[in-house]
Design a protein around this ligand. Structure first.
Ligand code: HEC
Length: 97
């Protein structure tokens, strides 16, 4: 019984840690990704973990200073993984298509 309670406790703690990690990742995106382009170019992507890693490597090669890479990776995978629904198509300026 004690073991089960311990297990439940650690699963709950893991959930909280994940949420904290996602928040950290969001903050890291805000801090390090806005210098060269808007977030829309990020929001429209749906990538696997491996491809988000490659994307972060590419941005780093282009001069992005990423301090909290672990958190931003978890954030991008959790919110824009390739298992997430595609974003709606971009609308033209006058909203007719
Ligand atoms: C030093 C400038 C710079 C910073 C900072 C930067 N990027 Fe980029 N990023 C670029 C350029 C240049 C492109 C290509 C833009 C284009 O095609 O219009 C790009 C494009 C992208 C794309 C579109 C796919 C692609 O590879 O062309 C994604 C996704 C992306 N960036 C994510 C990020 C994320 C996440 C961060 C923060 C960790 C970030 N970028 C920070 C320069 C930067």
């Amino acid at each position: 019984m004690k073991r089960i309670l311990l297990l439940i406790g650690s699963v709950a703690a893991l959930g909280a840690a994940d949420a904290a990690m996602i928040e950290r990742g969001k903050a890291e995106e805000k801090r390090s990704c806005g210098g060269c382009h808007g977030v829309r170019i990020i929001r429209t992507q749906r990538l696997s973990r491996l491809n988000w890693e490659r994307e972060l490597d590419k941005m780093a090669r282009w001069g992005t200073e990423i301090k909290d890479r672990e958190a931003i990776l978890e954030y991008l995978v959790a919110t824009q993984g390739d298992d997430k629904p595609q974003p709606p198509p971009e609308k033209s300026g006058d909203g007719t298509k």
